[in-house]
Design a protein around this ligand. Sequence first.
Ligand SMILES: NC(=O)c1ccc[n+]([C@@H]2O[C@H](COP(=O)([O-])OP(=O)(O)OC[C@H]3O[C@@H](n4cnc5c(N)ncnc54)[C@H](OP(=O)(O)O)[C@@H]3O)[C@@H](O)[C@H]2O)c1
Length: 386
Amino acid sequence: MWAKVGGMSKEMESNGCAVTSLDFPFAPLLCIAEGKIFQGRPLGRIGNQPTKEETMEYRPLGRSSLQVSALCLGTMNFGRGTSESDSIEIVHRALDAGINFIDTANKYSNGVSEEFVAKALADGKRDRAVLATKVGSPMGKGVNDQGCSRFHVIRQVEDSLRRLQTDHIDLYYMHVMDLATPLDEALQTMDTLVRHGKIRYFGVSKWAPAWTAEAIALSERHGWEKIIAEQPPYNIIDRSVENEMLWTCRRHGIAVVPWAPMAGGVLTGKYRKTGTQPEGSRFREIGGRLTVEAIEVAERLSALADEKGCSTAALATAWVMRQPVVTSPIIGPRTVAHLETALEALEVEITGEDRRRIDEINPPGHAVANYYDGNIHRRLRGAIGI
Ligand SMILES: NC(=O)c1ccc[n+]([C@@H]2O[C@H](COP(=O)([O-])OP(=O)(O)OC[C@H]3O[C@@H](n4cnc5c(N)ncnc54)[C@H](OP(=O)(O)O)[C@@H]3O)[C@@H](O)[C@H]2O)c1
């Protein structure tokens, strides 16, 4: 059933949006089917089967009214494992499937990822995308070649705009929690970029919840633009965000756009506890994030996926996509085939029993590999010399 509604949908309310007003000016077209609410285009149906474009779900980016697809296309592989032509094909296939949210960074392949994205969005496709990029990771060896200082950010935004061949970035993330830059300098710089039309919204990545809450209070005090999105690691192997970050984001109407929903490939089930790891894959041997416990989680998830008749990768991605407060997990395909697997997640239902089984595999808030701690707690410890 298609219905035009004037208020905010259940999905919107459950996506960390702290705004409760029903005065939502651009009421989207909603499809209510099997108790789920999808936002999409009710056009071009073939037979009785809705196409992927029709069933793509769109969600508001935090407390904004900007609609982003429930899956975001990550492009970290572009320019390293993924050639230019494959990168372009991946972007086009994603757009065709209804994905309108694309994630890149100045750092990815030293700007080559941004250049490939620009080529893929040439010929009028730019306006179909909510284009996100990031600043803050090291871009050179100089003392001012990283971080969130006004000096570095304003230089980098111009470089990203040039590589992306666009006059504005839709969502600009501070890629790291730069504790050396005064918070007011970083926030005021983002506010300036919004006011100058260089960016539309800004977000953060891997910021400690206490730092984020302080930033929100500071922006409110000065009337500056506020953080609209956080990009943390979140997957069935590392559920640390569930302890504080998800609550903080819901409290402040911040979209949660998690990376590594497949734990960098571990949750595809392709890694083994012993022997040689798959040729060409990210992890070469046990160590770092590829822990024995993580592989055991993947094995148990694969058994559940077999019972459900879907791939482990799609189940892992669907679970993140359906977790409370999550807006849009970022998938990171290296090949077009990887993208097709990720798109299957849109069709995987997560039942209450599935949630219970997954909580048994790895309980809420628990981690068996080091994504969150290594990125967030390590920085906080480092700042006080521990
Ligand atoms: N803000 C941040 O700090 C941050 C950090 C990391 C990533 N990100 C963003 O998040 C995106 C996703 O991160 P991620 O790459 O870690 O996500 P992911 O989806 O958890 O992992 C992607 C990897 O999984 C493997 N894979 C995917 N589909 C597969 C399949 N069907 N069969 C076998 N292997 C498959 C591939 O590994 P192989 O290439 O090894 O085959 C692929 O590179 C990135 O592109 C980037 O945009 C942000």
